[in-house]
Design a protein around this ligand. Sequence first.
Ligand SMILES: Cc1cc2nc3c(=O)[nH]c(=O)nc-3n(C[C@H](O)[C@H](O)[C@H](O)COP(=O)(O)OP(=O)(O)OC[C@H]3O[C@@H](n4cnc5c(N)ncnc54)[C@H](O)[C@@H]3O)c2cc1C
Length: 501
Amino acid sequence: MKTNRRKFIRGLAGASAGLVLPIGCAPGTKEETTESTAPSVHIKNKPVKASHDVVVVGAGLSGLHAAMLLEESGYDVQVIEGRQRLGGRVYTLQDVPGKPEAAGEYIGANYARMINTVNKLGLEMHNPDVGGGPNRPWLYNIQGQYINAENWESHQLNPLEGEDRRLLPHRFLSTISHRDNPLQGKPLNAWLEPEYHKYDIPHDQYLRAKGVNEETINLMNVVIHAGGIHNTSAMNELRRYHVMNFSDGKLSFPDGTSWKMIKGGNSLLPEAMAGSMKNKVQLGRTVVGFKEQDGVVQVSCADGSEYTAKQVVCSIPISVLRNVTFEPYITGITKEAIDQMDYGLSVQAHFLIKEPFWEQDGMDANMWTDGLLERFAVRTKRNKNDPESGLAFINGPESLKFRLMSDDQVFTYVENKLAELRPSTKGKLERLMIQSCERDIHGAGDWVYWQPGQVKKFANHMRKNHGNIHFCGEHTAIMERGMEGAFESGERAALDIILNA
Ligand SMILES: Cc1cc2nc3c(=O)[nH]c(=O)nc-3n(C[C@H](O)[C@H](O)[C@H](O)COP(=O)(O)OP(=O)(O)OC[C@H]3O[C@@H](n4cnc5c(N)ncnc54)[C@H](O)[C@@H]3O)c2cc1C
C-alpha cells in the first residue's frame, strides 16, 4: 500500500528537518509529466508488464535517497548501479592509509537531509582537520619562489592591498568572489531569477569589473573547481559561496563546528542506505538505453540485462547521458544541456611517504603552487599508528591532460614535477593509487559547473522529466549543492512520482 500524499508530505517535512522545496521549485508540472496508464509495453511486439513500480538508476546519494523515500511510501523500488561499488561521488579509499575521502568529504551543518539520514541509520560523525588551517599551513610556491604563510603579507608577490594582504592565496577565490555577493541575504533559489542573469558572464570579467587585478585573478584560477575562471559563469561562483555562507556562521553543529565527516568513512552512508532497501541494489548494471511505451519504461543495460518499471528515477550525471539512448528522443533545450553541460575535473595521486621529506628541507609539509602541480598535501592521520601518506591534488583546467594519461603516466608526471619543485621528495614516495571521479565511464567529474550563459539557458530545464523518467542528481538541485544538493534532488524526484504519477 502506498502512503497517502498528505501523510507523505508531513513525514517528509520531518525527515528533512523542515527543509521542503519552496513553491516554484516544485517537481515536474502536470504538462511535463506523462500520466502512467496501463503498465504494459510492447517490446518486439510483445506486451511486457512492469517488473517494478520504480527503477532507480545510480546508487549515489541522490538515487539512494529517492529510493528510500519511495520505498517508505510503499513503492516497490529496484536500484541499479553501473559501477561495482555503491556511493558514486562519495568514495572512501579503504586501501589507502587513513582511509581518505576521494570525493564528497565535508558535511555542512546546513545538510539537514543528509544529517537526518546519518542519524536515522545509526552512523556517527566526527570533526575533520581542514587543510590550510593553523595546524596544517601551506607552503606556497608562487612563480617559483617559496613563501610561507607568515611571510605572505609582506611578500613582494602578494598582489593585494591594505588589510587584504593578510588573505592567504588559497582563500582568494572564496573570499573575493563572495565580497559584495549580490545573492547575499537572498533565498537559496535566487540564482535562478532573471534579475541575476546579468551575472551569468565569465567570472574573470566580473572580477575585473570589480577592480580585481590580473595577478589576483591568476591565483584565484589555481583553485577553481571548473573549466577555468574565463570559462566559468560568475553566477556559478556567486551561488557556490552564497550556499556555503548562507548561514553566515550562525548555523553550526551543537559542538560549534561547521563541518563534519562520517566516522569510519563517508562511504558508510551510501552502504547503509542501500542496506536499508528491501531489494538488494544491483551492481554492474550500466544503463545504455531507456525506451518508454504505453506507460512502461524499459531500461537496458550493457550486460544485456533489462528492467521494466512504471517510473524511473535517473541520477546519471548529465554529461554521461550523452552516451545513453532515449526512445522517444530527448529534444530541445534539455538535449542541448545534455550535450553542453560539463563537470569540474580533478585528479588525485596518492602516495605513501617513506620518510618525512619536510624534515630534510625544513619547510612546511603541505605545498600549494601556482604551477602545474597545484597542491601536494600530507594527510592528517586518522589513527596515530597510520603510516604517513599524502596526495597531489590537481583540479580545474590543469587536470584535463590527465584524461589522456594512464595511471602510471600520471604518477610519473607528478613525481617529476614534485622533484623539480621540492627535491627533498625524491625517493621518499611510494605509489599507492590514482583517483579521479571521471576516470571511468560512469563519472563525469567532480561537481557540475555553469559556463557563462548556461545558467540563463539551462538552469530551469535540468529538472524536467522525460515522460516517466524523472531526473535527479546534484546537477539538478535548486537550493543546495554537493552532497546535500544530491539529497535535495532525490527528494524532488521522489515527490514528483508520489504527487504526480
Ligand atoms: C573531489 C570531490 C570533492 C567533493 N567534496 C565535497 C564536499 O566536501 N562536500 C560536498 O557536499 N560535496 C562534495 N563533493 C560533491 C559530492 O560528492 C557530489 O555532489 C554528490 O555526491 C553527487 O551525488 P549524486 O547522487 O548527484 O551523483 P553520483 O554520486 O555521481 O551518483 C550517480 C551514480 O550513477 C552511476 N551511473 C553513472 N552512469 C551510469 C549508467 N550509465 N548506468 C548505471 N549507473 C550509472 C554512477 O556510478 C553513480 O554511482 C565532492 C566531489 C568530488 C569529486
